[in-house]
Design a protein around this ligand. Structure first.
Ligand code: ADP
Ligand code: MG
Length: 287
């Protein structure tokens, strides 16, 4: 049985532009299925509908057409609390401004598991502490989240999602603010959980190379439509990247993982200094 199954999903935001015209963004006829133990990345240019698609999967937004099934059940039939035991969602922008401490925020991940109006148990506290240790925020546990850096905050919300212990993890650009070391640590951690606990991950990324290395599958969105879906090698070729992102790249195998490695090209106005120019200390010429 698929953990996540989207059948012919369509959705649109009604919108007026500054001229008062009604313009729409829509997701059109999106279908895909995800197995347990699979890491799916969603890639696409700004405004292609990646966050909208994640919000539909997490049932923040309802599709106009089509069905979303979670472990075979139409998610309309699943209660909000039961769904929050199945899907943990980390959105792109965090709107929590109240100065909760890191520990309090991570502990909130346990709420779906607490009966009625009860309080968290010592087991909930252990799970929250373990999640904080995994994403390297344990030493920040007593700090108010209003005093964290962007990258630290991102890791705290990931810890909250891990503490939720759901079989499906939905992440919107989880590593945008992270330094290189934390990006690799977090992605390695997510990959490990996917493999060891057989959870499903659906995550949006901007960095094509990171997605290529860590994902089992990639879904390429363009203008609210699926342009390609398959393994990184099937999806991340020069033609697809050029067509969807409108930019030239060179794709060759990563020397260690053999996954597609995407190399960006300098723009057409880029002038490279020759060795002699560099030796003479000449500066770059700007066009
Ligand atoms: P992505 O995450 O791929 O950058 P989004 O899914 O956030 O793209 O947005 C897709 C399009 O929908 C964009 O053109 C955006 O401006 C528009 N959009 C996003 N949220 C809303 C909203 N709440 N109301 C109207 N339009 C929206
Ligand atoms: Mg987005």
């Amino acid at each position: 049985m698929f953990s996540v199954n989207l059948e012919n999903i369509s959705f649109s935001y009604p919108r007026h532009n500054s001229a008062g015209e009604n313009i729409f963004f829509s997701l059109n006829d999106i279908s895909f299925s995800l197995n347990s133990g699979t890491f799916l990345s969603i890639l696409g240019p700004n405004g292609s509908g990646k966050s909208t698609l994640l919000r539909i999967i997490a049932r923040i937004l309802f599709p106009e057409k089509g069905t979303v099934k979670i472990f075979g059940t139409d998610y309309i039939k699943i209660s909000r609390k039961a769904l929050s035991r199945l899907i943990a969602f980390v959105p792109q922008v965090h709107s929590l401004v109240f100065p909760y401490t890191v520990f309090e925020v991570v502990l909130m991940g346990r709420a779906p598991h607490i009966q009625g109006l009860g309080f968290e148990s010592s087991n909930d506290r252990i799970i929250a502490e373990d999640a904080m240790e995994k994403v390297d925020v344990f030493r920040l546990r007593s700090k108010p989240i209003s005093e964290l850096s962007g990258g630290e905050l991102q890791r705290v919300f990931l810890a909250r999602a891990l503490a939720q212990q759901c079989p499906i993890l939905v992440l919107d650009e989880p590593n945008t603010h992270l330094d290189l070391k934390h990006q690799i640590e977090i992605l390695t951690l997510i990959k490990k959980i996917v493999n060891e606990k057989a959870i499903s991950v659906v995550s949006v990324f901007h960095d094509l190379n990171l997605a290529s290395i860590y994902s089992d599958e990639i879904l390429l969105l363009e203008d609210g439509m699926v342009r390609a879906h398959g393994t990184p090698s099937e999806v991340l070729n020069e033609t697809n990247v050029n067509m969807v992102f409108g930019t030239e790249v060179i794709v060759d195998p990563h020397p260690v993982t053999n996954s597609p490695r995407i190399t960006i090209m300098p723009g057409t106005n880029f002038i490279q200094k020759t060795e002699t120019q560099k030796q003479n200390g000449e500066i770059y010429e700007h066009i």
